[in-house]
Design a protein around this ligand. Structure first.
Ligand code: FAD
Ligand code: UDP
Length: 379
């Protein structure tokens, strides 16, 4: 009855479902949660505030194709995301930029340092902190140490449980030092929030006569893999299966569990108009939580009072309430993932797609692009 089965209704699954449905395929989406949207899901809390249940999600992309594709299912509200670090009570723009340098050093020292940095790297250059620390100039090294110690060490310790130089360099490179006067967390051309929220975007995207959705249904209970064949509800299924859940779980953890970091969120409502200066404040030198998000500053919602969320990071453990939010990327874990990916290749009609299934650190736009590419190949 179905041409394609998709496991998971997050960005990977929902974008694929829509693209394939529009190409005339009959698609079944299986989702174990009681809602669509994956980790981008949002909802209105008991105080009327639109919150992001699984952590703050800001859409940003360089790709017009991705922006336009998702724009078919939402009216984009332009939103320029800014983050500050709380460094001993002082708010410093993150990514650390020329304005941050001027806040930290006296005028003469700051301007000398800025001139030197620009002459070496060029204006608007983005320099990963681990690269900046390799510079041998004494003053630049002092700055790099300041940023490393006050922005990266404690936050990375909370987020990953290790030092910044002990994780994949691509992770800290997501937030480089930028030689610019423009504050802003992202430099992408398109930065926006979905006008009615992410959940509405997903509902519209999945609203197609060729798409059926089964919520609260886990692949564990209806999909079985055996000797190169996929069985759906005990019958061999020879259509394509796009799997966006955890690949180790799909294969019953046969090579061992892939390590993940999980998160715990602590929401609270405050009967005040504004809680903090920006939508997100990172706690880079103290506190147990990594950051506080104030939702209405991000969604643009006009509402009385404000809901904030403190975010705590911890290790994921299978078979608990905890969800797997972040793949822990290092050589050992990537090698373990490769064993699962090779096993998956024995199933010609199985496609692994998404942050969990591919064990990658995808942003929403990147996984949307990946899903569009995969589906174009499939049709
Ligand atoms: P998911 O959203 O995780 O969706 C997978 C879905 O599959 C889930 O709904 C899950 O329930 C379902 N599923 C899993 N296993 C099974 C199974 N066995 N059976 C049935 N269903 C199953 N990206 C940005 O671009 N900007 C941001 O600001 C941003 N902020 C983030 C903040 C946090 C805290 C986190 C964790 C991520 C953030 N991201 C952000 C990344 C973004 O969440 C991902 O890019 C996106 O969710 C990936 O989509 P996905 O479909 O691969 O995974
Ligand atoms: N990071 C940090 N301090 C900050 C912001 C980021 O140390 O104030 C490091 C940290 O290791 C983090 C990584 O940079 O995991 C990437 O940050 P990003 O904000 O991109 O992570 P996200 O929350 O989007 O996954």
């Amino acid at each position: 009855m179905y041409d394609i089965i998709i496991v998971g209704a997050g960005f990977a699954g929902a974008v694929s479902a829509r693209k394939l449905a529009e190409a005339g395929k009959k698609v079944l989406v299986i989702e174990e949660r009681d809602h669509v949207g994956g980790n981008a899901f949002d909802e209105v809390d008991e105080h009327g505030v639109l919150i992001h249940t699984y952590g703050p999600h800001i859409f940003h992309t360089k790709s017009k194709e991705v922006y336009d594709f998702l724009g078919r299912f939402t009216k984009w509200l332009p939103y320029h995301h800014k983050v500050v670090g709380n460094v001993y009570g002082r708010y410093i723009p993150i990514p650390f930029n020329l304005n941050s340098i001027r806040l930290v050093y006296d005028k003469k020292k700051a301007e000398n340092l800025i001139d030197k940095l620009i002459s070496i790297y060029g204006r608007e250059a983005a320099i990963p902190i681990l690269k900046l620390r390799e510079n041998e100039d004494e003053e630049i090294r002092e700055l790099a140490d300041y940023v490393y110690d006050n922005i990266f060490v404690k936050y990375t310790g909370k987020q990953w449980g290790v030092k910044p130089n002990e994780i994949d360099p691509a992770v800290t490179a997501r937030v480089p030092v930028i030689l610019t006067e423009k504050d802003g967390y992202f430099t992408d051309e398109y930065q926006a929030m979905p006008g009615e929220g992410y959940t509405e975007l997903f509902k519209k995207m999945l609203d197609h006569p060729n798409i059926d959705i089964r919520l609260q249904t886990s692949a564990k209970d209806c999909i079985k893999l055996e000797e190169g064949k996929i069985f759906f509800e005990c019958t061999e299924f020879d259509g394509d299966v796009i799997f966006t859940g955890m690949t180790d779980e799909l294969f019953d953890l046969c090579f061992g569990a892939l390590p993940y970091r999980s998160l715990r969120f602590d929401f609270s409502y405050h009967d005040i108009d504004s809680f903090q200066p920006e939508a997100v404040v990172n706690y880079t030198v103290d506190e147990d939580y990594t950051r506080i998000t104030e939702f209405k500053k991000m969604t643009g919602q006009k509402v009385e009072g404000t809901t904030i969320m403190k975010e705590y990071s911890l290790d994921y453990a299978p078979d608990t309430e905890l969800l797997p939010y972040y793949a822990i990327l290092n050589d050992e874990n990537k090698a373990l993932y490769e064993k699962y990916a090779n096993l998956a290749k024995e199933y010609k009609n199985l496609h692994l797609l998404g942050r969990l299934a591919e064990y990658k650190y995808y942003n929403m736009d990147a996984i949307t692009e990946k899903a569009l590419e995969l589906c174009e190949r499939m049709v």
